[in-house]
Design a protein around this ligand. Structure first.
Ligand code: AMP
Ligand code: MG
Length: 428
């Protein structure tokens, strides 16, 4: 059976070569572009700062040399943010200036007001006419001036193709006045739930044998921050013909198809048969717990023989479904979306000390549900949440991380170090 790492590698390399989203782009308003993948280079239309600006509240000094601590200046005006001083400042003159205000012509030095006698004179001066201030400390040429273009020069490329736009990118683009950006068209991901027992949330359960379809809402929320559009194909009964019909339609309408359940070897598990008919299973089963019967493959569009769609078949157990989605589907979708390698989201893995023994059989990598705590020195301690079983969905809601037990390990002892993967929704 393939290992988790080898399957991740196989899926990620296939996804990277299928990253077709590049071919289609869409123009989005800046705010809607958060989380989307940039399809064009962004160049600055102007310098940042646009002019020489003051970094302090104080005085812009008309001088062409460094200054001693007792130099005096005649203050001839004021430069505030958005309201510059118009005029040239001569040697020996100064302008009252504030943070972000334009440094007037003739000034090569801004002194912070704390380094002048401002506090002593501010109560007695009349701001409508000129007044004198004296330095109380040495001041050097260029002090406290943010020079024009020092951060971004006009024409400079600030963001490149394949960048996944995060809040700080939106900030940079807003500073540059970019109102719209061209991004890769969101992938269309089709989601199918399968099983005769399933009923959609919001509807009544007709019999005791029925259960709610929790996998579709789970997948939709796990995928909500990705640059994708989800198409929900609802619940498909345990029937090969109907399963094939819906998958055929989904392949035609989507870029990726994800199903849950029906991938085991039971008499009513039809997914692998359907995929064999409509495409190719490239990988089946992975050495992990929960989630062993995972399917990865491709599907071919009967109506368009140039179109191949990636297929992910998740097991039906809600917990297996979560693990499969986090370990395989999300990383693949980022690659398919065209994110540059160096900007792919990373999975956080920490080391934690176990607060009890863990029993395990060698052979599969295990994602156990755990609760970790981190002390003020960054050291983590972790405890498993109850008996680990792949149908236990409440445990997942009680946990804040997966405890990741090595495939070949035969158990861990209290005090051992073990890897944990904190859940993204517990971080900020
Ligand atoms: P299967 O893979 O079809 O054998 O399903 C495994 C287990 O997962 C069974 O107990 C199913 O009832 C359950 N299951 C399958 N699909 C869902 C779903 N969409 N939501 C919640 N439970 C499910
Ligand atoms: Mg089933």
């Amino acid at each position: 059976m393939i290992t988790v790492e080898d399957l991740q590698y196989a899926i990620n390399t296939t996804a990277a070569t299928h990253a077709k989203a590049h071919q289609y782009t869409t123009n989005l308003p800046l705010l809607s572009a958060i989380g989307h993948v940039l399809a064009e280079e962004i160049k600055a239309d102007f310098d940042i700062p646009r002019q020489n600006l003051s970094a302090m509240d104080g005085f812009a000094l008309g001088t062409d040399s460094d200054l001693d601590g007792d130099s005096s200046f005649v203050v001839v005006g004021e430069s505030c943010a958005g309201k510059p001083y118009h005029g040239v400042v001569g040697v020996g003159q100064a302008v009252r200036i504030f943070t972000g205000a334009v440094v007037p012509d003739g000034c090569d030095n801004v002194v912070m007001q704390e380094n002048t006698d401002w506090d002593d004179v501010k109560h007695v001066i009349d701001k409508s006419s000129s007044y004198t201030i004296t330095l109380t400390k040495q001041s050097h040429l260029g002090n406290n001036i943010r020079c024009q273009g020092e951060e971004v020069a006009v024409g400079e490329c600030v963001l490149t193709v394949g960048k996944r736009l995060n809040p700080t990118d939106i900030s940079l683009l807003a500073n540059l006045g970019v109102a719209n950006v061209v991004v890769n068209r969101p992938l269309i991901v089709g989601i199918l739930a399968t099983g005769d027992e399933l009923v959609n949330v919001g509807e009544g359960l007709p019999g005791l044998a029925n259960i709610y379809n929790s996998n579709t809402p789970t997948l939709k929320t796990l995928l909500k921050d990705l640059p994708i559009t989800i198409k929900d194909y609802g619940i498909i009964p345990d029937d090969l013909t109907q399963t094939c019909q819906v998958i055929e339609q989904a392949v035609h309408e989507c870029d990726v198809v994800v199903s849950s359940a029906g991938v085991s070897v039971g008499d009513y598990d039809f997914l692998t048969h359907a995929i064999d008919k409509l495409g190719k299973i490239t990988h089946y089963k992975v050495a992990m717990k929960p989630g062993k019967p995972f399917v990865f493959g491709e599907l071919y569009d009967k109506a368009d023989n140039s179109k191949t769609v990636l297929y992910f078949g998740l097991p039906g157990n809600p917990l297996s479904c979560v693990v499969g989605c986090l370990q395989f589907i999300i990383p693949a979708l980022w690659r398919l979306s065209g994110v540059r390698d160096d900007d792919l989201p990373k999975r956080l893995t920490l080391k934690a000390t176990l607060s009890h023994d863990i029993k395990k059989r060698a052979g599969r990598k295990e994602f156990m549900r755990g609760v970790y705590q981190q002390d003020e020195f960054g050291k983590c301690v972790v405890q498993a949440v109850g008996v680990q079983d792949s149908h236990r969905i409440k445990q997942l809601s009680l946990a804040n991380c997966f405890i990741v037990a090595d495939k070949d390990s035969e158990g861990y002892a209290l005090g051992d170090e073990i890897a944990i993967e904190p859940f993204g929704w517990g971080l900020y």
